[in-house]
Design a protein around this ligand. Structure first.
Ligand code: HEC
Length: 146
């Protein structure tokens, strides 16, 4: 009993010292195509945004999302050049879903800049609420995920 209590206390101490997922540089993540690269950086930025909310570090969110916007420009070029062809539906639908999604990221950045936790959390939720809608139509098979 005492032993497990001691182990528990040490585990707690280790947990409270853990950095805010600072080990991953979202901008360094790469996929096999422009969209995968954008998505891996996006996933990373979303995870870090949760930590930023949890740790009251909202001011770090704009930079995290900036990385995603940079990757999105590469996606736009790949779409224009025909290097990335969305599967499942037409390009116009993909572009309009993508635009709506990125508008919600802009809302996230604005809420974070204003230091408003409630608005930031709900903007993050709004962005996360759109992931599956696009994946259901445009994401190739799960075999492509890794
Ligand atoms: C406008 C469409 C769209 C939206 C919105 C979207 N995704 Fe994606 N996502 C894709 C597509 C397309 C793929 C598949 C890319 C490929 O494999 O070619 C993908 C793949 C992924 C992958 C797998 C990447 C890999 O390693 O293969 C992750 C993770 C991901 N998305 C995260 C997210 C998250 C998190 C959100 C919401 C916060 C989101 N996506 C919103 C289109 C979208």
């Amino acid at each position: 009993m005492i032993r497990s209590l001691v182990v528990g206390v040490f585990a707690l101490a280790a947990c409270s010292r853990a950095p805010a997922a600072a080990t991953v540089d979202c901008a360094a993540l790469e996929g096999r195509n422009a969209v995968q690269t954008e998505m891996r950086r996006l996933e990373c930025a979303m995870q870090r945004s949760v930590s930023a909310i949890a740790r009251d570090e909202l001011a770090t969110i704009p930079e995290l999302i900036h990385v995603v916007h940079g990757a999105r420009q590469a996606t736009e070029k790949a779409l224009e050049r025909g290097e990335y062809q969305p599967t499942g539906a037409d390009l116009a639908t993909f572009v309009s879903m993508d635009e709506a999604f990125h508008r919600s990221l802009v809302q996230l950045v604005e809420a974070a800049k204003s230091g408003d936790h409630t608005a930031t959390s709900s903007a993050l939720g709004g962005a996360l609420g759109q992931c599956q809608g696009c994946h259901a139509v445009f994401r190739p098979s799960a075999a492509n995920v890794r």
